[in-house]
Structure formats: C-alpha cells, structure tokens
Write a protein that binds this ligand. Structure first.
Ligand SMILES: [Zn+2]
Length: 444
C-alpha cells in the first residue's frame, strides 16, 4: 500500500495541502451513484489535517461528474422507487426516508407546525415520507433541475420545487435536510455554512450520507466528492458552527446520520474565518469546543427544552445513543485497510465467477462494481426487493432467491456483517445455493 503526496492537491474541506493520494485506487473500476458501471482511473486521497477521505477534485473529476449527472436516472433499477432498507431479521422492507424520519421523531419530536427544506430532493422520497407524518408543515424541495417537478409538487404540503440555490429560496426553515447530497458537493463545509441563515434559531440540519467505514464499496462511487466517516462528518458540521446533537451510524444501516442545531447567532465573520483556516496538531481534536462559534457576545444559546418547538433534551457536548464518532481513529489507516479489503473481495469472487454458474446478490453499488471487475462473468442477479425482481441488470435476469439456478455460487455483494446476516437468513430457507460473503471488515 504505497502513497504519494501530491503537492498540487488540496483538501476541499479545510484547504490543507497535506493530502495523501492512494495510487492503487486508480486501478479499480468505479460506479456512478445511480448504479451504472464507470471506468477506472479515479484519484482518491485522505487529508492529513481534517482527516476527510475524498476524491481528488481535478478537472477530470469535474468533467466526469458532469457526464454522470447529465445522464442521471434516479433509482433506475426499481423504476424510480426509493431503495428499500431491509430489516435483516424479517427481510421486510421500508424506505430509507421513512426509517430515518421514524427514528428522528422518536428521538427529537417534531413540532406540529414548521417548514422543511429538502436539498437534493430528487423525485421527492424524503418529502413524501415527511408528508406521510401528517404534521401541518410546509415543505420545499430544492433540486438542480426540474425533471421531477410535477411529481414533487403533487406531494401534499409541498409549496414548490425550487431549482435555485438554497440561499435563494425565500424565508427560513425549522428543518433543512440533505439526504445523500452532501457527499456530492465539492465544497461541503462552505455549503452548510451558507445554510446557517436559512435556519431559524433552534432549527435543525438533518444530514445523511453513506458510512464508508461500514460500507467501503462507497469509496467506488465516481461522483462522490467526499467519503465520510462518522468522526469526519461530525467535525465538519461542528466546524461550520452548528451544535451536533446526533452523529450516529446505526439509525439506518450503512448510513451516517447527523442532526445538528443552529443555536443562537453566529459569531462575527472574522471569528468564522479564523476558525475556517485554523489548523490543529495531530494530537489535538480539531474543534474542541463546538459552542465557541455560537457563544459570542449577544448569542442566544438555547438551553434544554427551550428551542423553538423542538423538544431537545440533550445538552451541549452530549450525543444520543448511536454516537459512533471516535476521535482516536486514524483516517489514513481506515481508508488504506478498506481499499485492501476491496481488493480481497475481487480475489475471492474472481475464481468463483470463472467457474461459471455464478450470480451476485444485490443490484446496487457493490454488485455493479463486482460485475464490472469480473468482466461480466456473472450469469444472474438475486434480489429481494420486489421492485427489482423480474427485471434485468446488465442484461442478466434478477431472480428472487428461490428462483436462482440450483447449486450456483451466489456472492452476497453487501458489506459484512450485513452480508453474514443475509446469508444466515437465506440459508434457513433451505435454498440449494452456495453463498459466499465478503471477509470481515477491518475494525473501526
Ligand atoms: Zn482537510
């Protein structure tokens, strides 16, 4: 596992030039975030200052991202229906957005009235799930294009789909959500700094991104600018001035959820600039006092239960259960070990695929990547999502587990331990299939 410092490369979060590039990443095929195979040749790095794993955002990356978005098709494997989240015990599915909102409501009950802005709303999956809560909220969607305008604006409670920047959307909000959006944004810290003025005092930011610690396959997404771990996302949000209430990797499987609050007024612009360019020694946490930005003269720091309508029962510096952030983790090792883990999955799958009679369980990012790396030596796909069964993926049939050809090898294209749970559940069904799963993940 070699590495080389590239002087021309800067971290797009903290601006540091102390960035380490992982040369072996260039050899991997990649996948677009809408699950299409993408050519090898990407560049991936980790910042030695802020610890964030990231794509090298050179001209090639920007050109490729544009190509990907120009051809984007949302949830195309399931005809536009949001990816399901499976309960591993039962195999039952709920949408990712519904699961997230159920958990948010349980931990931080939402007030009866309010206004939500969903940035990167796509075809309205989160807005639709929020509408289903039947609160008297007014909802706004923000997207870069208006392909799904009629779908989004038909959701009960939606004011309008906005295609301007979020700062240009009129008024302020009690809740701003970024579902699988922040990892695409080339300047994520500045982006959420700019959202500050769109939030009411006491209002919440709700951010969900893939957890690359739990799911290293997400490193392979070509149009993701940043590859977050719980610790790096939490620090980014704190450094933008927000109070992090939740930084969890267990609200939704394989995802990081951050709930953060605008407490009071921001400190002076000079204070913010000072913080934005601040450097920290490796032994020092980058932002030891998350309240320092909001605690200047005249600040209205909300205490327990005082925040506008939100029944927030946790004080500064505490997190709800599920806080997976660990300051001691070395991001370089975390990335390096996970890239090696990806190589090992190919070493396991290649000989099986060459034998023939080989299928992949899953039709998303990991399965798409394996299909590309295995030169198409894949006879079929297996999926439990009813919206995908019966369709095709790269011209191969998608079977439910019970219909897969007997005595085939089926490689479960999910990160461990999720893959092991699926294997266990399917084996209890007595299927005549030989399941292979990825090896254990490096510990976090
Ligand atoms: Zn950095």
């Amino acid at each position: 596992m070699g590495n080389s410092a590239a002087n021309s490369v800067r971290c797009h979060i903290c601006g540091s030039k102390a960035v380490t590039v992982f040369p072996q990443y260039q050899t991997f095929h990649r996948v677009t975030s809408d699950c299409k195979a993408w050519r090898p040749g990407g560049r991936m790095s980790v910042c030695n200052e802020c610890g964030c794993a990231q794509a090298v955002l050179d001209q090639t990356w920007h050109e490729e991202a544009k190509q990907i978005y120009d051809a984007y098709t949302i949830y195309h494997q399931s005809k536009g229906i949001e990816q399901s989240v499976f309960d591993q015990a039962s195999g039952q599915a709920t949408s990712r957005s519904s699961r997230l909102l159920q958990r948010l409501q349980a931990e931080i009950p939402l007030p009866e009235k309010g206004r939500l802005m969903d940035i990167g709303c796509g075809n309205g999956a989160l807005l639709s799930a929020f509408s289903g809560l039947s609160l008297g909220w007014s909802l706004a969607g923000v997207e870069v294009n208006d392909h799904y305008r009629s779908v989004v604006e038909s959701i009960t409670g939606v004011e309008q789909l906005f295609t301007c920047s979020p700062e240009e959307v009129p008024g302020r909000f009690q809740l701003i959500s970024l579902m699988h959006a922040l990892e695409h944004i080339p300047s994520p810290r500045e982006f959420i700094v700019r959202l500050w003025d769109k939030l009411e005092i006491g209002g919440l930011l709700l951010i969900q991104v893939p957890d690359c610690a739990q799911n290293p396959f997400m490193f392979l997404v070509a149009d993701h600018a940043s590859h977050f771990f719980v610790s790096t996302l939490k620090e980014l949000v704190q450094s933008a001035g927000y109070e992090v209430l939740v930084a969890a990797n267990d609200w939704v499987a394989k995802e990081i959820t951050v709930v953060a609050q605008r407490r009071g007024e921001r400190a002076s612009p000079d204070e913010n600039r000072k913080d934005a360019t601040r450097r920290h020694a490796p032994h020092e946490p980058p932002h030891p006092n998350p309240l320092s930005l909001g605690g200047g003269e005249g600040a209205q720091t909300a205490g327990e239960g005082e925040v506008q309508g939100f029944n927030v029962r946790i004080g500064p510096g505490k997190s709800l259960p599920g806080d997976g952030a660990r300051a001691s983790v070395d991001p370089f090792s975390m990335v390096s070990e996970r890239l090696q883990w990806l190589s090992r999955q190919l070493e396991t799958a290649r000989p099986l695929a060459k034998e023939g009679n080989f299928g992949l369980f899953g039709t998303s990012i990991a399965a798409t990547w394996l299909f590309a790396e295995l030169n198409g030596d894949v006879g079929f796909f297996v999926d439990e999502d009813p919206h995908r069964i019966g369709q095709t993926c790269f011209g191969r049939p998608i079977y439910p587990p019970g219909d897969a050809p007997a005595d085939s090898y089926v490689f479960i294209a999910l990160p461990t331990p999720l893959a092991a749970a699926v294997k266990h559940r399917l084996e209890r069904q007595g299927l005549k299939l030989r399941f292979e799963i990825p090896g254990p993940l490096p510990s976090v």
